[in-house]
Design a protein around this ligand. Structure first.
Ligand code: IPD
Ligand code: CA
Length: 335
């Protein structure tokens, strides 16, 4: 693991390495996505042959009947771990199914992958065609700067096996959609024209354990949901994959996505893709956003973010909750 005693949180990787990381992520996602696609019925796929005739077997995690895992999740994570640790032996690894390879040392700047082998496992089990692979490359920053997250998101890759489309971002370079069937690439942009909650399409998720995190009670979660349900937004969607919800914001197809109880592996790639597409990300509490803080609010515009906080979350429009992004986000050897 490459560590540094540097007195700054400057990015430790060059542009060249960030691009190499993105290319290798594309390679491993293309390979792994075939395993996911092979469980979907061929009529749903853009380009695949079916290898399995039934849905994957699943079990539940930690007695949470809504938190599913399959053998395919574990196999894909293992493939990704092996591939990435061979290509980048100096980087660490945090995977949803297998945890940390080496614990992150809080006192050094450290680069590591954060991997969700299948985001949208419940969709996968039910053949609902909305699951993906989500991988972020991040830097843990040892120096605590007030108002900043301790994690800088460097590269994000969200791969949708059913359509064979990759969505990716590299810090300070924008977000892109790459269609693997014909290799067309499009730059992504949030919808900058939606500045009022009344005109917004909102996405969120419902899960049995979400109320345990970052809201005072089930009651306050229900109160927020009731407020949203009664607010005259354009619509509310619940699609079952956090990473793809974030991609929808980045693509200008959804204007707001919020959720409690979410994990770093659901967020690491998609949050960077939103930010690089010009979107705003905050926490749902009065503290700076952090991928480990178990909640997220992603909006296409600052106006929407302020209004959502004021009308739905806590009645304030404070901007203290916004993460500062600017300083220290240039790679050491900018190319
Ligand atoms: C889940 C999905 C879902 C969200 C859950 C996540 P998983 O991830 O992102 O949309 O509501 O909170 O845990 O378990 O399918 O990787
Ligand atoms: Ca998962």
């Amino acid at each position: 693991m490459k560590a540094s005693n540097t007195m700054s949180n400057q990015i430790l990787l060059s542009r060249e390495l960030l691009h190499k990381a993105k290319e290798e992520l594309l390679n491993i996602c293309k390979m792994s996505s075939r395993k996911i696609a092979s469980y979907y019925h061929p009529r749903l796929l853009s380009n695949a042959t079916q290898l399995h005739v039934s849905s994957p077997k699943y079990s539940t995690k930690m007695n949470n009947t809504a938190d599913l895992v399959t053998e395919v999740d574990r196999l894909i994570e293992q493939d990704i771990r092996e591939y990435l640790s061979e290509k980048f032996p100096e980087f660490g690894f945090l995977g949803e199914e297998s945890g940390y390879t080496n614990p992150i040392n809080a006192s050094t700047n450290t680069i590591y992958w954060i991997v969700d082998p299948i985001d949208g496992t419940t969709n996968f089990v039910h053949q609902f065609p909305n699951s993906c692979i989500s991988i972020g490359l991040v830097q843990h920053n040892s120096i605590n700067i007030p108002g900043h997250s301790s994690t800088t998101l460097l590269v994000g890759m969200v791969y949708h096996p059913i359509s064979d489309i990759a969505y990716w971002a590299i810090i300070n370079e924008g977000s892109f959609q790459q269609n693997l069937n014909n290799d067309e690439i499009f730059q992504l942009s949030v919808n900058k024209y939606i500045t009022s909650l009344k005109h917004a399409l909102v996405c969120t998720e419902f899960g049995s354990y979400e109320s345990r995190y970052n809201v005072q009670s089930q009651e306050s979660l229900t109160t927020q949901r009731t407020k949203l349900a009664n607010y005259p937004v354009h619509g509310i969607r619940c699609l079952g994959s956090a990473a793809l919800n974030l991609v929808h914001v980045a693509s200008g197809q959804v204007d707001i996505y919020y959720q409690y109880g979410i994990h770093a592996w659901d967020l690491a790639a998609g949050v960077l893709i939103v930010q690089e597409a010009g979107g705003m990300v905050s926490s749902l509490s009065n503290s700076p956003f952090d991928i480990f803080s178990r909640n997220v609010l992603a909006c296409s515009t600052l106006e929407l973010l302020k209004e959502f906080h004021k009308e739905i979350i806590d009645g304030t429009d404070t901007l203290g909750i916004l993460q500062e992004f600017s300083p220290d986000t240039q790679p050491i050897n900018k190319q």
